[in-house]
Design a protein around this ligand. Sequence first.
Ligand SMILES: C[S@@+](CC[C@H](N)C(=O)[O-])C[C@H]1O[C@@H](n2cnc3c(N)ncnc32)[C@H](O)[C@@H]1O
Length: 385
Amino acid sequence: MTDLVAEIKKRLTSGDEIARKLFQRDLHEAIASTETPKETAIRLSLYPLQAAAARIGHDLRIFQTLDAQGPQTLKELQDLTGAHPLTLGRLLRYMASVGLILENSTGVFDANSKCRHLAAPEANIIVTHFFENCGPLFQEMPAFLRKNSYQDVTDGKATIFQPAYHTELDTYTYFSQNPENLTALIKYMGLEQDVRGRWLREYPFEGQTGNWNPTSEEALFVDIGGNVGHYCALFKGQFPNIPGRIVLEDLPGTLSHALPTPGVEKIGHDFFQPQPIKGAKFYHLGWILHNWSDEKAKVILQQIKSAMMPQSVLLINDMILPERGAPAFATALDLVMLGACGSLERTEAQWKDLLGAVGLSINNAVVYDQASFHGLISATLTSDN
Ligand SMILES: C[S@@+](CC[C@H](N)C(=O)[O-])C[C@H]1O[C@@H](n2cnc3c(N)ncnc32)[C@H](O)[C@@H]1O
C-alpha cells in the first residue's frame, strides 16, 4: 500500500464520526470527479446488481463462510451451496469484480474487508430489508412519477408501493400478509433502536414532573402506535419513581404480540379515532407521522390535541431534516417514505407548520443523532386554544 493510501486510511479511522463521514464524502467526490461520463453512468446504473449480489451472497452464506473459514475453492463453495458450478462461478466472479470478495487465484475465493462487513448479522438484516422492502420501490419510482407528472404523492393506497408490489393494499397491510417482508422490517427496526432509543435521554422527564401529582386515573406516558412496547418498557425502567399510568396503544393485532412489561397497560386504539386517555402528562409518537401525509397527520394530531390539557406534552420522535445539506441516508429514507406510504420526512419548518395547523406549538426540537438526523420535538397546546 502506498504511503498516500495508508495516510488516507489513517484519517478515515481516526477522528469523530461526522469528520469521518465528511472525509469519506470528499474522497468519493474526488474519485467521481476523475471518472468519464461513461464510467459514472455505468457505475450508477449497475449498482442494483451489486445489491442483488449482496443479497445472493447472504442467501448462499458466501460472506459468512469466507469470513469464518478463509480461502475456499469453487468446488468447496459448490459443495456448501448446492449451486451449479457454472452459475456459482459466474456469481463469484462478479462479486470479486466489484470488490465484495477476493479472487486469490483461479477458482479460489477469500474474504476482504467488504466481505467481512457483509458477513456481520446486521449487514444481512440491512441488505435484506432494503432489497426486499425498498428495491421494488426504487425500480418503479421513475415510471410512477413520470405517469403522475411528478405531482405530490400523498395517498398511501395510491403510491409507488402498489404497482411495485402488484397489490392494491397499503404497505403495512401488505406486509402483515407477507411474513418475509414483515420480518425483514421488524429486524431492521430492531437495529435502529440503538440510535432511536436515545430519545429518552433527550428530554428532562424528571425535571418536568417535579410538581406532577397524579390521581390513580391519570397517565404519565402514553405511547401511541407504540408497537409491542419497547419504549414503554424503557420508560418504565428509566423512570420507575415518576407516578402515573404507563399506557401502550396500538392496533389490537400488534398488541397481541406486546411485551409483558409489569406496570404497562395495553389499550387497542386506532390513532385516527378519539384518544381514550385524556390529560396525560406525555403523549409519544415514535416514527408514526413520517408514515403519513400532512392531511392524515393532522387527523392523528387533532385526536391527540383534543385529549391534551395545558400541562400535557406531545413528544414526537422522528427525523428533523436540515433545510439544506441533508445526508444521503436521510434523503433516501424520505424517498422511501414517498414510495412506501405517500408520506415524507420533515424539516423543522415543516413540523412547525404541521403542528401549528392543529393548534400545537413546538417548545423544543433537538436533533439527537447528527448522522441520521433523528430528532425529538416537544409540543404543547398553543396558548390561544
Ligand atoms: C413505524 S411503526 C413505529 C413503532 C414505534 N412507535 C417505534 O417508534 O418503534 C408504526 C406503528 O404504528 C402502528 N399503527 C399503524 N396504523 C395504526 C393506527 N391506525 N392506529 C394505531 N397504530 C397504528 C403500527 O402497528 C406500528 O406499530
